[in-house]
Design a protein around this ligand. Structure first.
Ligand SMILES: NC(=O)c1ccc[n+]([C@@H]2O[C@H](COP(=O)([O-])OP(=O)(O)OC[C@H]3O[C@@H](n4cnc5c(N)ncnc54)[C@H](OP(=O)(O)O)[C@@H]3O)[C@@H](O)[C@H]2O)c1
Length: 239
């Protein structure tokens, strides 16, 4: 895909990976619609990135808010070329200490949010394929926790294993509609994720810039060439 003038939706754009993706996609000439709840952070990104970035207040777990956000995007620019399902969080701890609220929150953000945003995007991408022979690209940000179960992250594991399954099914379902689906499985990245997760970050994590450079590479591949999965790891996590 040639990135200049493409319309990209990034969920969880207010921090970490989503903010970095937004900056790099704008630098590539895209118009980015960034969804998140913390409006003041989206406003700051708008000030930094200018007209090419539009922040939209949206709780990704709310069907009503997701519908409103995607309706606004399609009504204003008429297309969605890329969806980056990035919003997500972990609440780590022993299985017998996970509260029902923590379970529900992780399921709702990491899985229901992806479902709602993807469902809201697919009709537009299918229309684009019917009109121009290529629909678009959906990127799902999973984790190495989609590939490996580990102590104290059981709920997060469930959500990311689930996202892997959703991505594989979706990839096979919509490839003939000219829609690419790629799933990323990163290890530790230097973001605010660990504040929420409640554990210290590893000594030598990857950076958001590094993950974002892979996103740009994957998006720029030729239309008939799909990198469907990619695992990213720090070489020396302990430094
Ligand atoms: N950091 C890591 O080591 C790591 C490793 C592998 C995978 N990942 C995955 O990478 C993705 C991005 O995480 P990050 O590391 O960038 O963490 P982060 O810095 O904590 O950012 C998380 C983003 O998700 C958004 N978000 C959370 N709940 C939301 C909701 N209900 N509605 C809308 N947006 C919501 C937050 O925005 P608001 O709070 O403003 O709504 C924020 O922009 C996640 O899916 C995470 O699981 C992270």
């Amino acid at each position: 895909m040639d990135l200049p003038n493409k319309v990209v939706v990034v969920t969880g754009a207010s921090a970490g990976l989503g903010a970095q993706f937004s900056k790099d996609l704008v630098a590539e000439g895209c118009h980015v619609f960034g969804l998140a709840r913390r409006v003041e952070r989206l406003d700051a990104l708008e000030s930094e990135l200018g007209d090419a970035f539009t922040g939209i207040s949206c709780d990704i777990t709310s069907e009503e808010q997701v519908t409103a956000a995607f309706t606004r995007i399609v009504e204003s620019v008429g297309r969605i070329d890329v969806l980056v399902n990035n919003a997500g969080l972990g609440k780590f701890g022993p299985a017998d200490e996970v509260s029902t609220e923590e379970w529900d929150l992780q399921m709702n953000v990491n899985l229901k949010g992806v479902f709602l945003a993807t469902r809201a995007t697919l009709p537009t991408m299918k229309r684009q394929n019917a009109e121009a022979g290529f629909g678009g690209h959906i990127i799902n940000i999973a984790s190495v926790a989609a590939l490996l179960g580990n102590p104290n992250i059981s709920t997060y594991n469930v959500t990311k294993f689930g996202l892997k399954g959703y991505s594989e099914a979706l990839f096979k379902e919509v490839r003939q509609d000219g829609i690419k689906v790629s799933c990323f499985y990163p290890g530790s990245i230097q973001t605010e994720f660990f504040d929420e997760a409640g554990i210290p970050i590893s000594a030598n994590p990857m950076t958001p810039e590094q993950i974002s450079s892979s996103l740009i590479h994957v998006l720029k591949t030729p239309d008939n060439y799909l990198i469907s999965e990619i695992v990213m790891r720090p070489l020396r996590p302990k430094g």
